[in-house]
Ligand binder design. Structure first.
Ligand SMILES: *Cc1c(COP(=O)(O)O)cnc(C)c1O
Length: 404
């Protein structure tokens, strides 16, 4: 590589669907990143809730290297040991009996939606095809998942959307009662809406959805792509709520930075995904599965999960302190290390203005919609990095308040 890539190359060579920040990180270790000029950053973005063990965690590097020297990929004409081991761990650690492996959250949800429709078709007939999801929900960028997602801007301009999809209001059971019926095949919901602004479901809401699905023979699908694999302090967040879905989707933190997704389901539902009904060339890729397996076994331990809850308290304490001084937030919410700070009315829509200031101060963070600052750091981010990162955030917030 004779040419060192720069941010200008993005505009020249890549389709303009993203608008990345100016700095280009080139190296990461734990919760720290370094850019092309050697500047250091604390990473509270974590690749959008992906780098669950930070950057280059020894457990993940070891799994990648070991598998990388053995076997990468076979296709599904053969099975492989890491995929089988991952599927076994996922079923033993959850409600699920069966697993479908893929490479992203959108693909996991696509599989879940197709499975729900096919299960209803096989068991009740083709009229049972209605899918209920929620306003502001996000389920991925495939055409089916943007249609089910509750943000119309993501499906507009792409032609006719698939039919049979309706949207109810999140945390409002009455709005679901109005829409659900015997032709409903599935209700898809995020236990905490991520992209929609870090909005947790109430326990009554999820319990009520479970009861309504049971009453109407519909499948309850939890999209845990963002909330899963320790992010909220339990292995999957349905465990906190004590409400068990029929299908659960996982990705993001599952691979800790390696592209992998999974759809989990039960023996009652799985047979609808019979031979030939669905598939993916990369699904169950040996390298991806080996990395995910190492991450899952490391994260789903009492020490790591308890550490997530402890770190949450530290974040909350410091964010509230920042807010006492600067009054920029209306509410700090979320669970575990999925944290959102909604802007106060005077700063309506300005969460995004904090990001470039934070980068100048040496901190990477995220937003969830224009009005919510989001933080999804490594589940094992050291306490010292949390404190230093929040000190940098405070400087960025002070500059926002001062109008700089
Ligand atoms: C990110 C996300 C997705 C999409 O995952 P991709 O890997 O980008 O396809 C789906 N659902 C939720 C809840 C997400 O946060």
């Amino acid at each position: 590589m004779s040419h060192t890539p720069t941010r200008a190359d993005f505009d020249q060579h890549m389709v303009p669907n993203y608008s990345p920040q100016k700095v280009i990180p080139v190296r990461g270790e734990g919760s720290r990143l370094w850019d092309q000029d050697g500047r250091e950053y604390i990473d509270f973005a974590g690749g959008i809730a992906v780098n669950s063990l930070g950057h280059c965690h020894p457990v993940m590097v070891e799994a990648l290297k070991t598998q990388g020297e053995k076997l990468w990929h076979l296709s599904n004409v053969y099975t492989n040991e890491p995929a089988l081991a991952l599927a076994r761990e996922l079923t033993e650690r959850t409600f699920a009996d069966k697993v479908y492996l893929c490479s992203s959250g959108g693909e996991a949800n696509e599989a879940a939606l197709k499975l729900a429709r096919r299960w209803a078709f096989d068991n009740y007939g083709e009229q049972k095809n209605r899918i209920i999801s929620f306003g502001k929900s996000f389920h991925g960028r495939t055409f089916f998942t943007v249609s089910v997602g509750g943000q119309p801007k993501y499906s507009q301009g792409f032609g006719p959307v698939p039919g049979g999809i309706v949207h109810a209001e999140y945390n409002n059971l009455d709005s679901v009662r109005e829409l659900i019926g015997d032709t409903t095949c599935a209700v898809m919901v995020e236990p905490i809406q991520g992209e929609g602004g870090i909005i947790p479901a109430t326990a009554e809401f999820l319990e009520g959805l479970r009861a309504l699905c049971d009453e109407h023979n519909a499948l309850l699908v939890f999209d845990e792509v963002q909330t899963g694999v320790g992010r909220t302090g339990s292995f999957y967040s349905y465990m906190d709520y004590g409400v068990t879905p029929d299908i659960l989707t996982s990705a993001k933190g599952l691979g800790g930075g390696f592209p992998v997704g999974a759809m989990l389901t039960t023996d009652r539902v799985a047979p609808a995904m019979a031979i030939g009904t669905h598939g993916s060339t990369y699904g169950g890729n040996a390298l991806a599965s080996a990395v995910a397996l190492a991450g899952v076994c490391h994260i789903d331990t009492p020490e790591v999960l308890a550490g997530v809850a402890k770190r949450h308290d530290l974040f909350r304490e410091h964010l509230e302190e920042i807010n006492r001084k600067h009054g920029v937030f209306k509410e700090i919410r979320g669970k575990g290390l999925l944290i959102g700070a909604e802007m106060a009315p005077e700063y309506e829509g300005r969460a995004k203005d904090i990001l470039p200031l934070a980068i100048e101060e040496g901190l990477m963070a995220l937003i969830a919609g224009p009005n919510v600052l989001r933080m999804t750091p490594s589940l094992v981010v050291p306490e010292a990095d949390i404190k230093e990162g929040l000190a940098r955030l405070e400087r960025a917030v002070a500059r926002l308040v001062a109008g700089q």
